[in-house]
Structures are given as structure tokens and as C-alpha cells.
Ligand binder design. Sequence first.
Ligand SMILES: NC(=O)C1=CN([C@@H]2O[C@H](COP(=O)(O)OP(=O)(O)OC[C@H]3O[C@@H](n4cnc5c(N)ncnc54)[C@H](O)[C@@H]3O)[C@@H](O)[C@H]2O)C=CC1
Ligand SMILES: N[C@@H](CC=O)C(=O)O
Length: 370
Amino acid sequence: MSTVVQLRQGRRAQPRPARLALLGTGTVGSAFVERYTRLAAQGVPLPEVAWLCNSRTQVLGGDDLPAALAQARAAAHRRAGFPPWAEGESPKPGDIIVDATASETVADWHPEWLTRGVHVVTANKLGTGGDLGRAQAIGDARAIGGRYGDSATVGAGLPLLRSLRALIDGGDRIHAIEGVLSGSLAWLFSHHDCSRPFSALVRAASAAGYTEPDPRVDLSGEDVRRKLLILARAAGIALPAHEVVVESLVPEVLARAADADVDQALTALDGPLDARRVKAAANGERLCFVGRFDADGARVGLRALPIGHPLCAGNGTDNRVAIHSDRYSAQPLVIQGPGAGAEVTAAALLDDVLAIAHAQADSGERVGIL
Ligand SMILES: NC(=O)C1=CN([C@@H]2O[C@H](COP(=O)(O)OP(=O)(O)OC[C@H]3O[C@@H](n4cnc5c(N)ncnc54)[C@H](O)[C@@H]3O)[C@@H](O)[C@H]2O)C=CC1
Ligand SMILES: N[C@@H](CC=O)C(=O)O
């Protein structure tokens, strides 16, 4: 074999390093950068962060990620136009998009990126927890294209989706899933003793990074609906969003408030929820926000449960979820642990990034080592 042929073959075999783009530099995106920086300093091999983007700007990653993050977060508000990441270089097959936004626009891109062989790792639940058509497009695209890391979308990385998929891969059918799926609502109802207004607790949960960017998404049951849809669809049930019966906690005046007025309008929660708390306590019950699907349908709402009820056993932001399947029919498989917070969510995103990087290395695909 001539030297030229050897050189050409050598070049072809050399994979281009995978690059990572972080979309979203808010609570979760910032925790992602913090954890990434810490892991990199520990010598964990990670794909290079090439870009950081938010709704206002796109900046290059480079060697000093915290500085790039600060630059992105300081960018001025922009009124209109394409999202900044849509105006720059397109990701290539093997690159990894980390979606730490709550954006419908970004979720709409998930199937497109996957089809192009770009991997998607997401904390944004709208991809598979929103419109059924989009969730199915993601399912089709991940079967032929990039990998989809969704650990952060349910339980903020608790091994829920992973366990569910392992049961299904092992031949089990899923009969029902029921549980406390909202970390912020779990925290709120475990702290709600009427000594402080419920609205003050909501502000505290928001400041701690447990709520969605708009806390009404949690309080309306919408966030739990999304998680229930993600679980049901992962179990093979093509459940449309409108078939989940949702009991919202949001009074009309809060639901209609403009974004700037939400904080003030939160006080509309105080009277009705104090009344429900007092009634439940008088009956020896505790308030729990529960989601459930089974053969009879799917339902999300606030329930008053006996204090010793297994779903009431968690603390703080704990999610507690029971999976009933063929092998777990007499007693369900129960998974419990912190289900909200920027650090656990960022850890779940990085777990998925690392799993993709390892799979790339194993299969000889593009792999980037920092
Ligand atoms: N806080 C938690 O415990 C958990 C949060 N999540 C999810 O993480 C996601 C992010 O939440 P937070 O960080 O609290 O939100 P945030 O509001 O603090 O940050 C959102 C970021 O997305 C950016 N963004 C919005 N539209 C964009 C677009 N079109 N293109 C690029 N960037 C865009 C914003 O500029 C901002 O930087 C949400 O989808 C949430 O549901 C998931 C699991 C747990
Ligand atoms: N707002 C969510 C955060 C995690 O998904 C919750 O309260 O559980």
C-alpha cells in the first residue's frame, strides 16, 4: 500500500470532535455550566462547549465558560427576529444540543436536529410532553438519527424513565403510573401549614429554582400533565395532551394576569388553599398533588390523602412515583427522591451528555475530548 493511500485512509478514519451547544442560560443552564466546569476540572472527558445561546444572543464557549455564560446572561433584550442560534453555524451530525429552555420554538427543532444526526439532550418537557404529533416525530427521528437524552424531563433526573424503559425492554406491560411528579408542588404542600401565605411559599419555591419560569405552569397542573404524557408515551401509549383531565389550582384572576402582574396576583391562591388545608387537616388528611394514568384514563390534581398514605411519604421536593406492571402487579415499584432543583437537573443533563459521548466513543463515531 502506498504512503498516499495510507495517509488518505488515516484522514478518513479521524473523527471530527463532537461539539456541544447549550441553549438556555437561566437557572438550569447556569447550573449546567457550573457542573460542566467542575467535572472538566476533575478531568472528566467532555465534548467541548462551542456555543452558549439564550433568547437574546449566542456567544462562543471557549476556555473560560463562566465568563462566556456571564456575557450571554448580560446580553440586551431583543424584540424580534430569528432566535440567535438559528442565525449562526448549523450543528453538524454528531454534535450535541442541550436544551435548557422552556421554549416551544426550540422543542419544535428537536425532530429536525435528530433527523440530521444531531443529538439532543433536554430539560425542556415540551418535546415529548406537549403536542402528540411532535412527540411522535421525535420518536421517529430518534429511531433513525441522533440520540435523545430526556432524563431531566421527569423527576429532574430520578431513574424513572430509565426504569420504565428497562421494564418494557424486559417484556413487561405498564398497567398504571401514579405519583407526586411535581417537585415544587411537593415542596409547597409539605411547607403549607397556614402560618405563611401560600403565595409567599410560591415566591420562595421560585427563588429556590423549583418552579417553572412561570410558576403558573406548575400551579395549573400543566407541568405534571407534561410529565405524565412523557411517561405514558414512553410506555407506548399515544396519549394526546387534551385527554389528561387536569385540575388547576390557578384562580381566574391569576390565570389572566399579565406576566408583569403574576407576582402580585399570586395572593389569589391564599384563601382557597388555606381552606383546603384546614379541611384536610380536620379529616386527618394531607394535600398531595398527584398524577395518574391507567387503562381508564389520565388525571392530574390535588388530593386529600390519609396522612399515612404511601404517596404522602416524601419530604421537600421529593417526587414519589409508583409503577404498576406485569411483574410489579401486587406491589408497585416505587421511586422516590428530589424531583426539582437546578443542580439535580443539570446533573441529569450532563449524565445524558456523557452517555452520548461514551456511546460515540464505543461506536467509533465523532467524539470530543476536552
Ligand atoms: N428547575 C427545575 O427543577 C427543572 C427545570 N426543568 C426545565 O428546565 C428548563 C429551563 O428552566 P429554567 O432554567 O428554570 O428557565 P429560565 O427561565 O431560568 O431559563 C430559560 C432560558 O432559556 C432561554 N430561551 C428562551 N427561549 C429561547 C430560545 N428560543 N432560544 C434560546 N434560548 C431561549 C432564556 O433566554 C433563558 O436563558 C425548563 O424547560 C424547565 O421545565 C426540568 C427539570 C427540573
Ligand atoms: N417545576 C418543576 C421542575 C422540574 O421538572 C417541578 O416543580 O417539578
